[in-house]
Each structure stands twice: as C-alpha cells, then as structure tokens.
Design a protein around this ligand. Structure first.
Ligand SMILES: Cc1ncc(COP(=O)(O)O)c(C=O)c1O
Length: 434
C-alpha cells in the first residue's frame, strides 16, 4: 500500500493531480464524468480517481498510487483482479471468436454449472447485466401469472429498469411513466406482517415479490431470523412468483448464493456481477415451467445480441470452477473475521457511534449508533462523517465504495497483511474524525 508523495493532501481530501485533471476533462464528454452515477464522488466529495491497472487485491491509479481494494468493482472481483485462470480462459476464447450470435458449448457448460450450484435454477438464460436479468425476470413473472403488480422492498436496489426503479426510495428517478409506478408496491424490508397485509389487500393481482435476500444498498442488512421463510410461505399461499435478486449475493455469500445459506427455494433467481469473473454478465433462472414461458417456446419476449457470448461464458466458467474450492470461501471468511475483530476492538475501545454489518464477504462500516435493519433506519446514517472517513482512508491507500450505504467487498485475494494495514488505516482515520 502506498500513496505517491506527489499526491497532495488538501483539507483531508484526497488529491491526485492527474486524476483531478482527467475528471475535469471527462466531464466535458460524459455526463458527470461517469458511465454509472454510483461511481461519482457526489456523496463523498472531491474528484474521482482514474485507475489504470488492477492486480489481486490492489488498484493502481494514474498518479502512481496503490490502494487495497474493497470496492471489488461493485461485486465482480470476488477472486481479486486479473486472476490468471480467468485471464487465460478469456484470452483463449477471444482468439477463437468473442461473439457468434448462435449457440456454442460454453453456454451449455455455464448453464449446467449454474444449475448445479443453484438447484432452484432448473433452467437459465444469460443476459449482459443485473439490470437486464431483473427486468426479464419481472416480465416473465408477469407473463406467467397474467398479473401486473409486483411487490418490492424499500431501499432494495434492482438495477435501473422502469418498473423496479418506480419506488419512493433513494433510487427513484424522473422519466418513469406513472403507470409503471402504479404497478409497483413497496413495503418495508424485514417486516413480514407488512408484506402479508400488502398481499392480502391485493389478492389475486400480484405477479411477483422481488427481494434482495441480503440488502446490499442500505448498509448490508441481513434478513431477520425466519423472515425469508415467511416471505417464501406468503408467496406460496398467494400463488405469487418469488424472485430472489442475487445479483450481488450470488456466488458471493456462498457458491449456491444466499438461498443456500437461508434454505429458500425461490421460483426465479437473478444473477450478475461475480458470476462473470469480470466479464459483463447477467443471468436469470428458475422453475422449468416458468422459464419455458420464454420465447421461442412461450410468449414472453426477451433477447440480446451479446447474451451468452463465448467470452463472457469463459469468464464465468473459469470463475465458478475456482469457486468450487472450499478454500476460497474459507479465505474470505478468515479475512472478514480478522477485519471485523480489529475494527470492533477500535470501536469498543473508543466508544465510537459506528457499527459493523456483514454477511460473508459483503460488509459495511456504518456511521450510526444503532443497527440498520431497514431503509428508514439507514436514513439515520451520518453521511458527512462517512465522507471524511472515506478521504482519510484514500489518503492511507484504502479504496471503499464512495457511498455510506453500499456494500464493500472482501475478495479471496486479500491477505492477512492487507487486513492488518486496513485496520491500522481505519484506526488512524477514525482518530482524525472523532
Ligand atoms: C442487488 C442488485 N440487483 C441488480 C443490480 C443491477 O446490476 P447491474 O449494475 O449489473 O445492471 C445491482 C447492481 O448494483 C444490484 O446490487
């Protein structure tokens, strides 16, 4: 871990000369200088950092700085960056032709591997992002049930398609027709009786319940004991399709996803991020009778020029193969346990109003004296304190997601030494801000 001496420290805000210049220049051509708003430093302030290389647990920026990475590219880098087996598989596949627009063996191989890893997915279809996976699963559930309403949970994020952004939560947007909003119902997360009442009030009209089994965008919120079982039971009672959005948790919290941790059998599951080993992937899968409603067998339309392309499939197969080794999850658990023990010791010793929340290798450092179990509680997080902490950490060579609520990620490439350095950096940073 090192921060280049030419990188100036300005009022505790990280400053890299070349990154600052490039941030200003790119904003002339790309709105806000980013291709996805999460990447902007709107919440934490300062300029974005331009990276030019990543390896293992490390990111390297254009100013010569090296960071220990806990963004993990927002989820995909579960094994770390530039994993030799994944790189080799992708290079070989690229040389043989990156896209055919027709079936090939790698598609079959990855579909079979997903189905083996996640038994609720009898069939799978590949797409190019988590957004596409969720959008397609929602349409499929509506087509299958011949109903329009979907129920979602405050503070859960499911990508940027109209029907799932049509919420009152932080991820809402202008430009969504009122009709979309009318077909999306919102209930609080971790509150089974609210879901029960909503289903009762809309009996016979709900196509699907769409849920993140672990909420990753409001401070890494685990489901309360028995909550997901109750959600599953309500869906069965009302003949409603249960869709698990495992775009973030899939492969990450366990090879079989959160559904294997909590013992749930969703009707449909969405994947993305870690499944592709760094390639742009999405997938949705589930019950055979529901999946067979898709064109060309059924009447639910869904398509994609690049869907299931060989390059992406090669990245996915190499990644899932490596995730077969139990040691990968053991390593991530060891790092997460070490990190949390070190951080908790600092928090207790200094009696800080900071909480740690995690499930497996997904974690959040929350600037709130109280635990966060739902979206409303996440609104009490002290984002200003987090912003200061964020820059203190950048100045010490630690890169977290630039957001007080989004999940940070430990990879299998993090070492004990990385974790020790991170704990030390957090200790120093917390001393600066409290
Ligand atoms: C739970 C969840 N679902 C869906 C998405 C959307 O995935 P993508 O950004 O690949 O479209 C995300 C992305 O952060 C996510 O965390």
């Amino acid at each position: 871990m090192s921060v280049n001496p030419s990188t100036e420290k300005q009022a505790n805000t990280f400053f890299g000369k070349q990154s600052a210049e490039l941030s200003a220049e790119i904003a002339k051509y790309i709105p806000g200088g980013v291709d996805s708003p999460f990447r902007s430093f709107k919440e934490v302030g300062g300029h974005t950092i331009f990276f030019e290389r990543a390896q293992g647990s490390r990111l390297y920026d254009v100013d010569g700085n090296e960071f220990i990475d806990y963004l993990g590219a927002w989820g995909p880098a579960i094994l770390g960056h530039c994993v030799p087996e994944v790189v080799a598989a992708c290079q070989e596949t690229l040389a043989a032709g990156p896209v055919f627009g027709a079936p090939h063996r790698l598609e079959l191989e990855l579909a079979r591997a997903v189905s083996d890893a996640v038994p609720s997915c009898e069939m799978v279809r590949f797409v190019n992002s988590g957004t596409e996976a969720v959008m397609s699963a929602v349409r499929l559930a509506r087509g299958f049930t011949k109903r329009d309403l979907i129920i979602m949970f405050e503070g859960c994020y499911h990508g940027h398609s109209d029907s799932v952004l049509a919420s009152q939560s932080h991820s809402s947007s202008d430009g969504i027709p009122a009709e979309s909003k009318q077909n999306t119902l919102l209930v609080p997360y971790n509150d089974a009786s609210a879901l029960k009442d909503c289903m009762q009030a809309n009996k016979g009209r709900v196509a699907a319940v769409l849920i993140e089994p672990v909420a990753g965008s409001m401070g890494v919120v685990p489901p309360k004991e028995g909550y997901l079982k109750e959600v599953e039971r309500l869906c069965r009672d009302h003949n409603v399709v249960l869709i698990f959005d495992e775009v973030l948790t899939g492969c990450r919290v366990a090879r079989g996803g959160a559904q294997s941790l909590y013992g749930i059998n969703p009707d449909l599951t969405c994947f993305g991020k870690a499944l592709g080993g760094g390639m742009a992937i999405g997938a949705f899968g589930g019950r055979r009778d529901i999946m067979n409603e898709l064109e060309p067998i059924g009447k639910v339309y869904q398509a994609g020029t690049f869907s299931g392309n060989p390059l992406t499939m090669a990245g996915g197969i190499a990644t899932l193969n490596l995730l077969l080794q139990k040691s990968v999850y053991d390593r991530m658990e060891r790092s997460a346990t070490l990190l949390f023990a070190g951080l908790q010791e600092i928090i207790d010793r200094c009696k800080l109003p900071v909480r740690l929340q995690r499930v497996g290798s997904m974690f959040a450092i929350i600037f709130s004296p109280l635990p966060v179990t739902n979206f409303r509680e996440s609104l009490k997080i002290d984002a200003a304190k987090f912003a200061r902490f964020y820059h203190e950490l950048l100045n010490r060579g630690i890169y977290l997601p630039p957001s007080s609520v989004d999940a940070a990620a430990i990879s299998a490439a993090h070492t004990d030494d990385d974790i020790e350095q991170t704990i030390k950096a957090c200790d120093e940073s917390l001393k600066e801000i409290f």
